[in-house]
Unconditional design. Structure first.
Length: 63
């Protein structure tokens, strides 16, 4: 798998609030909630969440 494909499929934690349209603090709180997608370690100082899992989680929240 090419690196550019991975980058488009992962939302880094620093960008999570923007992606979800919430504050950074709210995004951090969501990370600990049951049912929220798990965090993927990308490197020693970089983590993210799979975009596909985030989109599925958002659909369940929209009802």
């Amino acid at each position: 798998m090419k690196a550019n494909n991975v980058g488009s499929r992962i939302v880094r934690l620093k960008d999570l609030g923007d992606y979800l349209s919430v504050s950074h603090g709210t995004a951090q709180q969501l990370l600990g909630q049951p049912g929220f997608p798990g965090v993927v370690t990308l490197g020693p100082r970089s983590k993210g969440v799979l975009k596909e899992e985030l989109d599925a989680w958002l659909k369940t929240r929209q009802g």
